[in-house]
Design a protein around this ligand. Structure first.
Ligand SMILES: [Zn+2]
Length: 190
């Protein structure tokens, strides 16, 4: 059942949808080098209208998918018609006084990818200290936190962003950087 599965809030061109879906795919196809583990990834027949989405967890967090209430690990996800998620363990969704709420879980739509690109696009130079050294590097314009994206990588990503992938090129670490900026506001792993 995916009736209430997430859809993007913005209409985009087919070319833009394909580009953003390609970025998501590049980040998820990390072959063990990246943070996202997949719960669900729906892309087939969804690239043209931009309804590609994934539910991921942060596999670098020891408590990923563990319920905040009962501490047990969820094993199944269903979507409700109102867009909320129901997580179950052995087919049961309730624990104690509530329902299972797994940790370190993120729903990623093409809006998410667009947000990550926006954070990289809007990045500003800021001064940080590295031990005794003062360094001027890219920072998240909203939070002021260090972005963790090298200017060369940013340049390549921005060229892809402007041309919907016709020009520019990046590797899995560039794709992961976009996804990490979208979710964490900065690159924390790759
Ligand atoms: Zn629980």
């Amino acid at each position: 059942m995916t009736n209430g599965a997430p859809t993007p809030t913005r209409q985009r061109s087919k070319e833009r949808n394909h580009f953003l879906a390609g970025v998501l795919d590049g980040a998820l196809s990390h072959d063990g080098h990246g943070f996202p583990g997949q719960v669900e990834y729906r892309w087939e027949g969804r690239e043209d209208d931009g309804t590609v989405y994934a539910v991921i967890y942060d596999r670098y967090e020891d408590t990923h998918l563990d319920c905040v209430h009962c501490g047990r690990t969820v094993d199944d996800l269903t979507w409700n018609n109102d867009g909320t998620m129901t997580w179950t363990i052995d087919g049961v969704s309730a624990c104690g006084d509530g329902v299972h709420e797994p940790q370190h879980v993120y729903v990623v739509t093409l809006d998410t990818i667009a947000r990550g690109l926006g954070i990289i696009r809007n990045a500003v130079l800021a001064d940080f200290r590295e031990g005794d050294e003062a360094v001027r590097v890219l920072a998240n314009a909203t939070t002021g936190e260090r972005l963790g994206v090298h200017p060369d990588i940013r340049r390549a990503i921005m060229l892809m962003d402007r041309t919907n992938g016709d020009e520019g090129d990046t590797d899995v670490f560039g794709y992961l950087a976009i996804l990490e900026c979208a979710i964490f506001g900065q690159v924390v792993y790759s």
